[in-house]
Ligand binder design. Structure first.
Ligand SMILES: Nc1nc(=O)c2c([nH]1)NC[C@@H]1CN(c3ccc(C(=O)N[C@@H](CCC(=O)O)C(=O)O)cc3)CN21
Ligand SMILES: O=c1ccn([C@H]2C[C@H](O)[C@@H](COP(=O)(O)O)O2)c(=O)[nH]1
Length: 279
């Protein structure tokens, strides 16, 4: 995970000060790319403990098509609390766009089910793309997340907004375009989440895993993370060997994985580093 620390160093050294929607302020760069060979291990940050339980539950929640924060809270995951209404509504965020993209003519498209079917039947396709960026459902940036959800809009615009798969030599690779990236808190979660998604889809399609390519638009460190206890403590740590991912069971479909099916072996990270989240 040296690549992650290099990104942090890049933003610290070369980023420009920039205001943002949350009012916190950032140091930011535009347009970067890193890649992880998933054969070399599971790309889970070792220079701080990442709460993988939240990552796994969040991905299974996206895959279930749910946008109800109560389903996450029931599993002890609170990472979406700040954006949900009191009854758990987040509006049509990832789960809705991935599994039930609404068309003007009333049709509903399950992008993930179609993706798996196309990888199986036409692995050479150059159209293995899923988009969460649905302009019709985007939030109004001048309203709160909760007011957007109440108006039937997304509470937060998709950050990991488009991804594409690629099959070659029996390996499945994934590239993500992330338009906006909170490098300290969000990105370690996003890397682990898409690496896991690639493993699950590869498992369903009888493929080995290839690479995860992570492409960034606005890549930023929030100003209140640029402290000796947070970002600079992270930069002083040395990466360790990566853990491995093991899937204990292959269910009927991509949508039937359970938390217990996913095991991470040999994860020996440095202690967690707490940081405030910008809402
Ligand atoms: N500013 C911001 N950054 C994000 O990464 C982000 C958002 N907003 N809004 C929507 C989701 C929610 N995500 C989150 C929210 C919180 C944590 C977080 O607080 N992580 C802590 C503890 C995690 C836990 O205990 O489960 C961490 O140390 O990683 C991470 C990702 C990712 N997204
Ligand atoms: O999966 C995620 C979700 C969100 N983020 C970060 C990126 C930004 O810091 C905020 C979103 O604010 P916008 O004004 O909509 O860009 O959340 C992330 O890194 N990963």
């Amino acid at each position: 995970m040296r690549a992650y620390l290099d990104l942090v160093r890049d933003v610290v050294d070369n980023g420009l000060d920039k205001g943002d929607r949350t009012g916190v302020g950032t140091r930011s760069l535009f347009g970067r790319q890193v890649r992880f060979d998933l054969q070399e291990g599971f790309p889970l940050l070792t220079t701080k403990r990442v709460h993988l339980k939240s990552v796994i539950h969040e991905l299974l929640w996206f895959l279930s098509g749910s946008t109800d924060n109560r389903d996450l809270r029931e599993r002890g995951v609170s990472i979406w609390d700040e954006w949900a209404t009191e009854d758990g509504d987040l509006g049509p965020i990832y789960g809705a766009q991935w599994r039930s993209w609404r068309c003007p003519d009333g049709r509903v498209i399950d992008q993930l089910a179609e993706l798996v079917e196309t990888i199986r039947t036409r692995p050479n396709s150059r159209r293995l793309v899923v988009s969460a960026w649905n302009p019709a459902d985007l939030p109004d940036e001048s309203c709160s997340p909760q007011d957007n959800a109440r108006a039937g809009r997304m509470s937060l615009a998709p950050c990991h907004c488009l991804f594409q798969f690629y099959v070659a030599e029996g390996r499945l690779s994934c590239q993500l375009y992330q338009r906006s990236a909170d490098l300290f808190l969000g990105v370690p979660f996003n890397i682990a989440s898409y690496a896991l998604l690639t493993h699950l889809i590869a498992d369903q399609c009888d493929l080995a895993v290839g690479e995860f390519v992570h492409t960034f638009g606005d890549l930023h460190l929030y100003r209140n993370h640029l402290t000796p206890e947070i970002v600079f403590a992270q930069l002083e740590r040395t990466p360790k060997a990566l853990p491995r991912l093991e899937l204990k069971r292959r269910p009927e479909t991509l949508f039937d994985y359970r938390f217990e099916d996913i095991e991470i072996l040999g994860y020996d990270p440095a202690p967690a580093i707490r940081a405030p989240i910008a809402v």
